[in-house]
Design a protein around this ligand. Structure first.
Ligand code: ZN
Length: 881
């Protein structure tokens, strides 16, 4: 395995830039094969690093896949001996402390399949520059601590009537040869990763927003003509987000215009370029007929996330990429709170925690384990991880929990005020929180530097004679690659105590019924007085810290918490623990070759949940969902895929049969056939209704399949249609399933997003998503290996969401994934490096699977020269750094 350019970059080696760029003037003469880029930079020596009587250091400009045409300094063409093209950039010898530099390069957007830099998507020009894509456009100090005022001129044939860039449009003309020439200026200094350009034949919808100070901002959402009817939800979400950021954070939008563009070929979800957000079509376009509730909610969250970056990311940006969580952790926390305010708070929290527990905890325990602020990387694209984003958001949430709402706001106000227009660090964020509140977060900082998931072991004691109850909590964090010894963390543990009737007990003299324990030692005891009888603890309410918590709850205690806990998150969590306990017990029986026993305790618990009509239906749906196979796999070190699959199916079918009448009653009560709205209450009802439908079909009654068929044929909205289709495919007779899938495709084949849903439904199906079908889907005319959404729907759908078929005993799933990763690495290294993730977990499986997965991984390693993206992940997974 070779990669000549892969080298490790360390946080400790950070140095401020030698030169600053005050102004950046770019001119693009667009052509698919030969786009001419002229860059004029006002460069000066960085006074912060300059020393007297020095010789000026060379100016380093990053650049990759560029054809260099010319270099001039202050209007004079530079002779070749004054600059040197090296791997990864251009070094210029400098003879003055301030100068204007002009560089001309040629690039070929058509040939760019990495989707970094400037590329074409369905004939539309667009850019993606974070983290290091700008260096594929022109030679530039492509690092976030170089902030510059950008002016961008775009020249294109009249067939590209829409020409966009950051900031405000200041000029628009037609050239003598009939081409369009448009100039944009962004008055806010920004790093190159926030640069954006779009050119295409696009339509747009327009609206406006009046800010808190009374300014009118024009809002525009651009897309291809065929999608113009799918923009309303994103526009409404944008306006909600703009208002929320004013009310909750006091942040007002700063430009006169805010634009969003939908692009089909996109590696990520969306990108927060200043004033010109570029979105993956799937994360912005929706209509009730074509998008599921989950898509509606995802769009609302992502539109808000990218908008919130205007302050947390753009106005205050990162000094270097090790600080990525400064903008991402904070902004994910902000968008999670926004979604919680717009929808069911408890359900939003549950969804985020499921993601943490299944995927982020797995990352923490795997070969790519890293702290929220990594110490080193080979390829920064590999660090757009759940740890940086989701655990990073948990770290910000913990600060919020420790300080409280008002103090947190004081801290964020100070942070924005102090650092506006600057590139700063995670440390600066923590210091602002401390300074605004005279708080001490010294020990808390370890969350940024220490990798791994902490484990809390909780025991308790009760003395009836003294009326005294005590909780003893021990914390430890397992070793992770490169970090053997871990120090105790400052962990907020939110708790309550319940008496035998289920009522909350006062925890201290003030009478409060909930408090946050500050766990700072390796072992610590917390004592509560005046407790009349032995209480039941409700621990880690709202998942107040990203940890694994162990306390020896009995099944009866879990059922009690499910009924009585005043914290809805912990009600769900008790239900999940009950399910996990039942499934683990079944796994033991399975692995011992014993007959599987009906999970009666779990059935009893689920029955009580179904009978409680006072609970939010969305919460009920979550409570009735069994932990995923991936989550089960996380429970132990010696994963037996076959056992996990078998016991999940067994438990699901047992629950379905035992509670069939209840599921039917709830289904009928919820099947109201109201016109579609994406309002939280309606989404909640549909989620429970469709959970019931799935169980009904699993119970195997022909009448239930008729219900699903009716719901499918009614086709009232995509949420109900897709849920019915999924149930029919999973539980119906095979031949009919094929017909339903075909009918669905025929109806929706013109709609990109629906076709992606259709792909994902098959590749992720335990019954239908066999490898042969997945391979067939890859030769389907609607499949496009250069489109990441299609690859995610088909290949990742199979490898990451289809536990049953991917882990087939013959190892064919692993081999298939290895083939795809090798092929994709030549086209799009970022996607290849993400896709390989399931193979990196090989050490967690029992010997049979483990050996097969390792062979597949080794084959990737031996396949020739890998991109630095894939090289880093594969080499770390095989343990040969
Ligand atoms: Zn972000």
């Amino acid at each position: 395995m070779k990669d000549s350019q892969a080298r490790t970059i360390y946080l400790k080696d950070y140095q401020a830039p030698d030169y600053l760029v005050d102004r950046t003037d770019l001119t693009f003469d667009l052509d698919p094969h030969a786009t001419l880029v002229t860059s004029r930079l006002k460069v000066r020596r960085n006074p912060a690093v300059a020393r007297a009587e020095e010789t000026l250091p060379p100016l380093w400009l990053d650049g990759s896949d560029l054809e260099l045409l010319s270099v001039s300094v202050d209007g004079e063409l530079l002779p070749a001996q004054r600059y040197q093209e090296k791997p990864g950039g251009l070094a210029l010898s400098v003879d003055r402390a301030a100068f204007e530099l002009e560089v001309q390069t040629r690039i070929a957007p058509e040939a760019n399949t990495s989707l970094e830099g400037l590329y074409l998507s369905n004939g539309m020009y667009c850019t993606q520059c974070e983290a290091e894509g700008f260096r594929k456009i022109t030679f530039y100090p492509d690092r976030p601590d170089v902030m510059s005022i950008f002016t961008t001129t775009i020249v294109a044939p009249a067939t590209y009537p829409v020409l966009l860039s950051n900031g405000n449009r200041i000029d628009s003309t037609t050239t003598e040869d009939g081409r369009l020439r448009v100039t944009w200026e962004d008055p806010f200094a920004k790093p190159s990763y926030l640069f954006a350009l779009v050119a295409g034949d696009l339509q747009h919808v327009e609206d406006h927003f009046t800010t808190c100070s009374g300014r009118t901002v024009k809002l525009q959402l651009f897309t291809e003509a065929r999608n113009i009817g799918k923009c309303a939800h994103a526009m409404a979400s944008l306006k909600h987000a703009m208002r929320w950021d004013e009310e909750v954070y006091g942040r007002e939008y700063d430009l006169d215009i805010f634009m969003i563009v939908a692009v089909d070929h996109f590696n990520m979800g969306a990108m927060e370029n200043k004033g010109l957000n570029i979105f993956n079509s799937a994360c912005v376009l929706a209509s009730p007929e074509t998008a599921t509730d989950a898509a509606f909610q995802r769009i609302e969250a992502i539109v808000a996330h990218e908008y919130f970056h205007n302050w947390s990311g753009n106005r205050v940006t990162c000094r270097d990429w090790f600080q990525l969580s400064l903008k991402e952790g904070f902004t994910v926390f902000r968008d999670a709170e926004f979604s919680a305010d717009m929808n069911s708070r408890a359900v939003k929290r549950i969804e985020d925690v499921i993601l943490l527990r299944t995927s982020q905890f797995a990352e923490d325990a795997g070969p790519m384990s890293h702290p929220v602020r990594p110490d080193s990387y080979m390829e920064i694209s590999n660090f757009y991880t759940l740890t940086v984003y989701e655990k990073g958001a948990e770290v910000v949430r913990m600060i919020h929990t420790l300080l409280g709402e008002e103090a947190f706001r004081r801290g964020s106000d100070l942070y924005f005020e102090r650092h506006d227009g600057c590139a700063v660090t995670c440390e600066d964020f923590v210091v602002a929180m401390e300074d605004a509140n005279s708080a001490d977060l010294k020990q808390f900082r370890r969350w940024y530097s220490q990798a791994g998931t902490p484990v809390l072991e909780v025991t308790d004691a009760y003395s009836e004679a003294n009326g005294e109850y005590s909780l003893t909590i021990r914390q430890h964090t397992p070793a992770t690659p490169g970090q053997n010894d871990k120090l105790p963390l400052h962990i907020p543990v939110k708790i309550g105590l319940l008496d035998e009737s289920g009522s909350p007990l006062p925890l201290d003299a003030s009478g409060r019924e909930e408090m946050v324990l500050h766990l700072t030692e390796a072992e610590q005891t917390f004592t509560f007085n005046g407790i009349a009888s032995r209480p039941l603890p409700s621990l880690l309410r709202g998942f107040s810290a990203p940890v694994k918590l162990r306390y020896g709850y009995s099944s009866a205690q879990l059922q009690f918490l499910m009924r009585h806990d005043s914290d809805p998150f912990n009600r769900w969590d008790a239900c999940q623990r009950l399910a996990l306990d039942s499934l683990c017990k079944l796994q033991q029986q399975y692995r011992a070759g014993a007959a599987l026993e009906s999970p009666d305790t779990l059935i009893e618990g689920f029955a009580a949940v179904l009978d409680d009509v006072t609970l939010d239906p969305a919460l009920v749906a979550k409570m009735l969902s069994l932990p995923s196979a991936q989550e089960l796999a996380e429970q132990e070190g010696d994963i037996d895929a076959a056992a996990i699959i078998a016991v999940r199916v067994f438990a699901r079918d047992a629950i379905a049969k035992a509670l069939e009448a209840r599921f039917l009653a709830r289904y009928r009560a919820l099947d109201r056939r109201k016109p579609y709205t994406p309002a939280a209450e309606d989404i909640a009802e549909r989620s429970l209704k469709n959970t019931c439908l799935t169980y009904l079909c699993a119970a195997g009654n022909a009448d239930s399949l008729t219900l699903a068929k009716t719901q499918f044929e009614r086709g009232e909205n995509m949420t109900d249609t897709a849920a019915a289709l999924a149930a029919l495919v999973e539980f119906g007779p095979e031949e009919q399933s094929e017909n339903f899938l075909e009918t669905f495709y025929q109806q929706w084949q013109q709609d990109t997003q629906v076709v992606e849903t259709w792909f994902g439904l098959q590749s992720g199906s335990a019954k239908f998503g066999a490898l042969e079908r997945v391979q067939k889907l890859m030769s389907h005319p609607a499949f496009d290996v250069k489109n990441p959404n299609k690859v995610r729907a088909v290949v990742a759908g199979f490898a990451m969401r289809n536990f049953t078929q991917f882990h087939r005993e013959d190892g064919s799933g692993y081999n298939f994934l290895a083939d795809q990763v090798i092929a994709l690495d030549k086209l799009n290294p970022q996607i290849a490096a993400r896709l390989v993730t399931p193979l990196t977990r090989w050490r967690k499986y029992r010997a049979e699977e483990s050996g097969q997965i390792r062979v597949a991984l080794q084959r990737i390693s031996d396949s020739g020269k890998l991109s630095s993206d894939l090289y880093e992940v594969v080499s770390k997974s095989l343990g040969q750094d």
